[in-house]
Write a protein that binds this ligand. Structure first.
Ligand SMILES: Cc1cc2nc3c(=O)[nH]c(=O)nc-3n(C[C@H](O)[C@H](O)[C@H](O)COP(=O)(O)OP(=O)(O)OC[C@H]3O[C@@H](n4cnc5c(N)ncnc54)[C@H](O)[C@@H]3O)c2cc1C
Length: 433
């Protein structure tokens, strides 16, 4: 057995969370990031094909420079440009499109999706809500809240579409009202989504470069065990090699934690929470086109199936070859449905036919397309059972020097935000114990 010592921080997983925390910790000690596959990026990996830079499904960044991810990029001193997309358009089942009422009074006035005065009243109500009022609604589903507050069908539709995109949760019977309203409030206060110039590979290269200044990233390095001695994490096993380190940080989704950590070391409640954590799931389609067929430079919301899309090359032309165009869409499903071949194919066909109904020119200008079926989009679905106050923290009781982070642990907001916030919380705990 070969033994390697000398790392201050051993990080498991080179997805965005592993690279993010690796870059931050490399400012405080020597880092090694261990990744089981032969590429970095995990569920946000970028694939280059025929000159197109394909993110892993639609991947805008909520709150951009003002997000926790933005704060870290600033902190490591390797800035990127966050581009603010244009207006969001809603494509409705009746075949029409309308401005989606996000980001200001004008959009609400112009949108036919919602009645203006009722929307204004709702916005003012959300603006005035206190932290405690949001918390009081964390355990309440959107559906219950709609009934309790007598929300009109049009506003319900608007809030359901918002829950689908902002919270990645179209299931109003379990989407948390408090979390959704709090996220809407954050959007009202600091703005909506951004896109990194050049796509997600720019973020990965900034973090990777930072790590390499004081450490390394090892690919094809699957950790088979986290070694615990006398209640303290001391190293990890990879094949016939042991790597020792001062602190070990796992970013693999907690649903998979017990493939590398002995269950007997953890209490039942923790084990149950890890294994039963419900992720979000869905289908995405990228269309790589020989020429642009739409000048939309903002978001594209679909009413049915509830989904979201945008045209990355209209925001950052670098992601497609000159004169060509990249369009990307996704819809959210139950995780059970995506595992069922017939059901997931039905969902895919529904998404594809809806997109082609609104953008028929795709078919005649298609270089190639990439459908993807995702059993895990976000590590945690934000719902009444899994809201921010009910999730796991970055530490495991009874085991010192071991930390867990990534988009299935703690955090705030939804989707990738959970991961970015979780990483920053974990980082604070490690460096300022
Ligand atoms: C289609 C799609 C669209 C999305 N859209 C958005 C969006 O618009 N905005 C947003 O913010 N977020 C979005 N997300 C979510 C975002 O991509 C995830 O939150 C994020 O990628 C999760 O990163 P992570 O590092 O926490 O986990 P992962 O990406 O899962 O990384 C974990 C890594 O650990 C590695 N690993 C696992 N086991 C081991 C082992 N034993 N040893 C070593 N390595 C191991 C894995 O190979 C992987 O690379 C989207 C996700 C998808 C799939």
């Amino acid at each position: 057995m070969k033994i390697t010592v000398n790392f201050d921080y051993i990080i498991l997983g080179a997805g965005i969370a592993g690279l993010h925390i690796g870059a931050l910790l490399s400012q405080h000690g020597k880092v090694v990031v261990l990744e089981k596959t032969n590429e970095i990026g995990g569920r946000a990996k970028v694939v280059e094909k025929n000159g197109f830079k394909l993110d892993f499904g639609a991947h805008p960044i909520r709150f951009g420079p003002k997000s926790d991810l933005g704060e870290s990029i600033e902190e490591i001193g390797k800035p990127i440009e966050f581009i603010k997309p244009g207006k969001i358009w809603a494509f409705l089942d009746d075949g029409t499109k309308t401005i989606y009422p996000s980001g200001g009074i004008m959009a609400a006035i112009k949108s036919k999706l919602v009645p203006f005065f009722k929307t204004l009243k709702l916005v003012l109500k959300i603006k005035k809500m206190t932290e405690q009022e949001f918390i009081d609604l964390y355990d309440i589903s959107l559906e219950e809240w709609f009934n309790k507050e007598n929300i009109t069908p049009k506003i319900q539709k608007f809030l359901t579409m918002t829950s689908a995109t902002l919270q990645v949760n179209p299931f109003i019977e379990r989407s948390s009202a408090g979390e959704t309203l709090q996220d809407i409030r954050k959007t009202l206060d600091i703005g909506s989504v951004y896109y990194p110039r050049g796509g997600w590979s720019e973020i990965f290269s900034r973090f990777s470069d930072k790590i390499k200044e004081n450490g390394e990233i090892r690919l094809k390095s699957e950790v088979s065990e986290i070694i615990i001695k006398d209640g303290k994490a001391i190293g990890v096993k990879i094949g016939d090699e042991i790597i020792n380190g001062e602190k070990i940080i796992s970013t693999i989704p907690v649903q998979q934690l017990f493939t590398i950590l002995d269950e007997k070391l953890c209490d039942n409640d923790f084990i149950k929470k890890c294994k039963n954590l419900r992720p979000t799931a869905g289908v995405s389609i990228d269309f790589c086109l020989s020429k642009p067929i739409s000048d939309i430079d903002g978001g594209i919301m679909l009413e049915s199936p509830l989904g979201f899309g945008f045209i990355p090359s209209n925001i950052s032309p670098e992601v497609a070859p000159e004169g060509k165009s990249l369009m990307t869409f996704f819809t959210i499903t139950n995780v059970e449905d995506i595992k069922d071949k017939n059901k997931s194919n039905e969902i895919y066909q529904h998404l594809r036919s809806t997109i082609l109904r609104f953008f028929p020119e795709i078919e005649n200008n298609l270089d190639f397309e990439r459908p993807l079926f995702h059993e895990m989009i976000d590590g945690v679905e934000v719902n009444t059972e899994q809201h921010r106050l009910k999730r796991l923290g970055n530490k495991i009781e009874g085991i010192s020097n071991l930390f867990i982070t990534g988009d299935s642990v703690g955090g705030e907001g939804a989707g990738g935000d959970v991961g970015h916030t979780s990483v920053r919380n974990c980082y604070e705990k490690i460096v300022r114990r």
